[in-house]
Design a protein around this ligand. Structure first.
Ligand code: ADP
Ligand code: MG
Length: 404
């Protein structure tokens, strides 16, 4: 059983260390998508309202174990303060004097954010002792620990795996909410159940396909990975993204699906471009003739075509449960965003549970102008939600009492 906030008893006046996932995308020091900060608010507000002294810790990006200003959480502290509507003290180090002072100065109901966990080698170290030492330093700052960074629960890292073992610990409400939804996607989903997969690489998604194939009614394939499926069916795919070493595996999935009566629905048309750029020439082609454009074998499939968008949309909108991971095309370039937009739109029309998972997928729906509340759930964890759906054991959940 997952230990929840209530299991920690009254936290009034107590110092509570909270591991959030505030790993937001930044461009020139500005947050381009604050979805993860917003998703952290319910737990933080619950603690503040109880009169806890809240010490927030998080990572941002992939610094190499030492301070690196481009990965500072300072802009996040400011955004967090705006969203909470109250001041957030920012400590310029994670376990040094600045952090100790920030924690010592907290009054009941106040909140501090410590600098990036990954400025310290101990956070992600492969050495158990090094991780334990760093976790022990963090544990000094709290009387209790709340784990709420769903995006990192698949990682065996100091703040995710060791720290919860050093203090009375529980999951926050974000982790609870994520698990409730993901559980519905694996246990007794309402049918018809469709899973839509896209993104760049098939090899990233093999585990999910394998685990979900026996559970779903249809599997819709778009994004870069569709070309490996088309190649498995004998189609030429020009210079599109192709993982030749996965063709055999994909062929096996197609046969397995046929046997189980699960439909794997592949695109019937794609948008073929002359090059990977926003001003490339492009045309819609049936999947049988991807190389029959003026670009020949140099042509790149960068989005699903309109016929496919319609086919997928109908199937999605008629489902009772839909999980979508991975953009349908290179949505970052506007001429190739239509497929992703159509699929997102279809998800908003699902009469049942619609879930968007994956960092780029979540960023895509927001960038394309959708609101979070148009979907049943937007998962904050890309890798974590995929590993959960693969049926893997997640270290950061197991330490909180969760059993798959
Ligand atoms: P998520 O983070 O949601 O799990 P992925 O990381 O798997 O998604 O994939 C996202 C990336 O896939 C996007 O940057 C997008 O541009 C890329 N992509 C989608 N379709 C294609 C395509 N046809 N060719 C190349 N890249 C693609
Ligand atoms: Mg991604």
């Amino acid at each position: 059983m997952l230990r929840t906030l209530e299991s920690l008893g009254s936290l009034s006046g107590k110092r509570v260390v909270v591991r959030c996932d505030l790993n937001v995308p930044l461009k020139d020091g500005t947050i381009t998508d604050d979805g993860r900060v917003r998703a952290s608010l319910p737990t933080l507000n619950a603690l503040i309202n109880q009169g806890a002294r809240v010490v927030v810790i998080s990572h941002l990006g992939r610094p190499k174990g030492s301070p690196d200003s481009q990965y500072s959480l300072a802009p996040v502290a400011q955004r967090l303060s705006e969203l909470l509507g109250s001041p957030v003290t920012f400590a310029t180090d994670t376990v040094g004097q600045a952090a100790a002072d920030a924690v010592a100065n907290l009054k009941d109901g106040q909140i501090a954010l410590l600098e990036n966990l990954r400025f310290n080698v101990g956070e992600t170290s492969k050495d158990d002792n090094e991780r334990n030492e760093f976790a022990a330093q963090l544990a000094e700052f709290g009387d209790a620990f709340v784990s709420d960074g769903f995006g990192v629960v698949h990682r065996k890292q100091a703040s995710v795996y060791e720290l919860p073992q050093l203090l009375p610990s529980a999951a926050g409400t974000l982790i609870e909410a994520e698990l409730t939804v993901l559980d519905q996607l694996t246990e007794n989903p309402q049918r018809p159940y469709s899973v839509v997969l896209g993104g760049s690489k098939v090899s990233d998604k093999l585990g999910v396909i394998e685990h979900l194939l026996p559970r779903v009614d249809s599997l819709l394939i778009g994004g870069g990975m569709l070309f490996t499926f088309l190649a498995a069916q004998g189609h030429k795919v020009g210079s599109s993204l192709l993982e030749s070493d996965q063709i055999d595996t994909v062929t096996r999935y197609l046969a397995d699906a046929r046997e189980r009566g699960v439909e794997i629905i592949l695109p019937t048309d794609v948008v073929v471009a002359s090059s990977f750029s926003a001003d490339a020439e492009h045309e819609v082609r049936p999947v049988e003739s991807i190389e029959d454009t003026p670009f020949g074998a140099d042509g790149l499939g960068l989005d699903i075509g309109p016929e496919t968008s319609q086919l997928f949309s109908q199937r999605i909108a008629a489902s009772k449960t839909v999980f979508w991971n991975g953009p349908m095309g290179v949505f970052e370039l506007s001429p190739f965003a239509a497929g992703t937009k159509a699929i997102a739109d279809a998800l908003t029309r699902v009469d049942g549970l619609s879930v968007v998972g994956g960092g780029d997928s979540a960023a895509a729906v927001r960038a394309l102008g959708f609101d979070d509340d148009q979907f049943g759930h937007i998962s904050t964890g890309g890798g974590a939600s995929l590993e959960f759906l693969e049926g893997k054991k997640l270290p950061g959940l197991e330490v909180l009492g969760w059993q798959q």
